[in-house]
Design a protein around this ligand. Structure first.
Ligand code: UDP
Length: 250
């Protein structure tokens, strides 16, 4: 088992689903957004962690979903990217209400409501303990916000990607309704790719693998979990190079 280290600068990936109201299976649930904001505020206050966030948009629109019904893929993806901006503004508002200075940077220019993505400026914000929310993905169709998370994490020099999900890590099979499913404490990038485990899409995993950027998959809404991951506690699943070639589920 790998000994985990804590992280000083993290990139938190929040999928659109993380924002969504389970009752209506979509939209934005303000209580969830507030909880994430509160936990990030506490984390900054207690540990001084530098936090960048990439938000998805799947709760509102995905370019490759049936609701895009025959649209040109690039146009549909532009809609998906705009959806991520809506989530980013919701999170920014919640963070500001918690007293956390926050900047949204978008990969598609919309200077009336957010800064453009500028790497050096983003790093400067992080150094000043501002939470930086990256929105509009990479600004390019045919990509995902998982790939954006990997790319931005590398650009700003994050120590790890924290991928918040609804389950508490990576399992050898779907744990929902299967009591025999076992969680991996750690797993190698290649095993994730070869076994098609739905951690992040293959482009994102490859980028992390090629650049030795670890990913921790963990349950987002379990109170205190973000801080546990940041402190290197054994929470969720650590995806990295050098995990046992044949991973043993814990
Ligand atoms: N998207 C894109 N390029 C990017 C990032 C996102 O075209 O660099 C679009 C794409 O249509 C995607 C949508 O934005 O379906 C929402 O992002 P994603 O599906 O990654 O959100 P999540 O699954 O995290 O909620």
């Amino acid at each position: 088992m790998a000994h985990r280290t804590g992280y000083r600068r993290i990139l938190l990936k929040l999928s659109g689903e993380a924002f969504s109201d389970p009752e209506v299976k979509g939209g934005i649930d303000p209580t969830v957004v507030r909880q994430v904001a509160r936990e990030l505020a506490e984390l900054q206050a207690s540990d001084g962690t530098e936090v960048a966030v990439v938000v998805g948009g799947g709760n509102i629109f995905r370019g490759n979903s049936p609701s895009a019904g025959g649209m040109d893929r690039s146009s549909a993806d532009h809609m998906g990217m705009l959806a991520t901006v809506i989530n980013a503004l919701a999170l920014q508002d919640a963070l500001e209400k918690e007293g956390v200075e926050t900047r949204v940077q978008t990969a598609i220019g919309m200077q009336e409501l957010a800064e453009p993505y500028i790497r050096r400026r983003a790093i400067r914000h992080l150094e000043k303990k501002r939470v930086v929310i990256f929105a509009a993905g990479l600004g390019a169709p045919y990509f995902t916000t998982d790939t954006t998370a990997a790319q931005r994490a590398l650009e700003v020099g994050a120590d790890a990607i924290l991928k918040g999900t609804q389950v508490d890590g990576v399992y050898d099979r779907d744990p929902r309704g299967d009591g025999a499913a076992r969680r991996y404490e750690e797993i190698d990038f290649l095993a994730v790719l070869n076994q098609g485990l739905g951690v992040m899409d293959a482009t994102a995993i490859s980028l992390c693998m090629d650049n030795d950027l670890p990913i921790v998959v963990f349950e987002l809404l379990l109170e205190g979990n973000i801080r546990r991951v940041v402190r290197g506690e054994d929470v969720g699943t650590l995806v990295h190079s050098g995990a046992a070639a044949t991973p043993t589920p814990s």
